[in-house]
Write a protein that binds this ligand. Structure first.
Ligand code: GLY
Length: 354
């Protein structure tokens, strides 16, 4: 058995949520180690969208304390990106292709204004095909691959310890790895996305997790005037000398990470409708990731119901967006601070414990 320094916090998962939680805990004076398998997770595969307006506030059923949590997180990203030295892309351009979509964007503008956010009607750029366009300066994105490297560097600079290994078994205050190593810690935080569902026998709340597959494609193309273009379910990001087009969203009965021809072709066809020049763009790369979803589409953040185990997963489409707020929230919770009760009720993993 390996005993970590005491008191110790052990995080499982080196994606955005695990790293941001580690950074928040280290900044608050905790000693933290993080176990990561080294495999690409949902954070690596995602578009890196920091879009509380389009992804959350646009949905009238999204609870208000959760929208506020996301908005705070989006603000936090600006400071974190500065500290960790990576760029955030902005603004976003929301496109309406039909009269109905234009009406929906007008209503989103009222919602944005109510939240103190700007959403301005602008001309549709010549390279794009749409009926109407709205610019959202506060809707950003980041390059997940660059951001993960920078966050890991920051985590280690702050004194965090990185352990490479695949978590296999969990119990109260204990974690076992596939290679036979066992760790004991005062607090273990499971932040390994859908991977945490493999611990459902030990932590019943994790049985609520289900996989929603997202597929993305990158094509060779000059960058667009607006770095983020969104229309209905797709987004087109100018990134890495090409365009990243995402994302499909398919709830699965079992986790399968294949890249499938039909959904990727549908994604490209949809992008071509918005941006006709995609028709002749060379496809460079296609990949898939599994979003960790829950029945109410809200994350599992907080005490798990098993002594010494906390959860930070179930972030569905918004792992990157929520990561800094989840980190701060968990650090405050573990430090015994008082948190907003309405938010705690929404995020508490124990809502699924039975
Ligand atoms: N948040 C964007 C996505 O999940 O595709």
């Amino acid at each position: 058995m390996t005993l970590l320094r005491d008191p110790s916090i052990l995080i499982v998962g080196g994606g955005p949520v695990g790293l941001c939680t580690g950074i928040a805990l280290l900044k608050d004076g905790h000693q933290v180690a993080l176990v990561d398998s080294g495999a690409h997770g949902a954070g690596w595969a995602s578009g890196g969208m920091l879009a509380p307006l389009y992804e959350m506030a646009a949905d009238p059923t999204c609870p208000e304390p959760y929208v506020e949590f996301a908005l705070k997180s989006a603000e936090h990203w600006q400071e974190l990106a500065r500290t960790c030295a990576f760029d955030l892309q902005a603004p976003s351009l929301f496109l309406a292709r039909t009269e109905e979509e234009a009406v929906a964007l007008l209503s989103l503008r009222s919602r944005a204004n109510g939240l103190g956010l700007d959403l301005t009607s602008v001309c549709v750029p010549a390279e794009l095909t749409a009926q109407a366009a709205f610019q959202a300066p506060s809707e950003r994105s980041l390059d997940p691959r660059a951001a993960l490297n920078s966050l890991l560097t920051q985590f280690q600079l702050l004194g965090g310890e990185l352990l490479t290994g695949q978590a296999e078994a969990i119990g109260s205050h204990q974690l076992g790895l596939v290679d036979g190593r066992t760790f004991e810690a005062e607090t273990i935080i499971l932040a390994n996305g859908f991977g945490a569902s493999s611990f459902g026998q030990s932590v019943p709340a994790l049985k609520a997790l289900s996989p929603v597959k997202g597929q993305m494609v990158r094509v060779a193309h000059p960058e667009l005037a607006s770095p983020i273009v969104r229309a209905c379910r797709i987004y087109v990001l100018s990134r890495g000398g090409g365009l990243v087009i995402g994302a499909t969203s398919d709830p699965l009965a079992a986790p399968v990470l294949s890249v499938d021809v039909d959904p990727v072709l549908a994604l490209l066809a949809e992008a071509k409708e918005l941006l006709p020049s995609v028709a002749t763009a060379l496809t460079i790369e296609a990949w898939a990731g599994l979003r960790p979803d829950t029945p109410d589409h809200l994350p599992l953040v907080g005490a798990s119901g098993v002594d010494g185990i906390y959860l930070a997963t179930g972030t569905y489409r918004n792992g990157w967006l929520l990561a800094p707020a989840i980190g701060t929230y968990l650090s405050e919770l573990i430090s015994g601070k008082t948190l907003d009760q309405a938010l705690m009720n929404l995020l508490a993993p124990e809502r699924f414990s039975s």
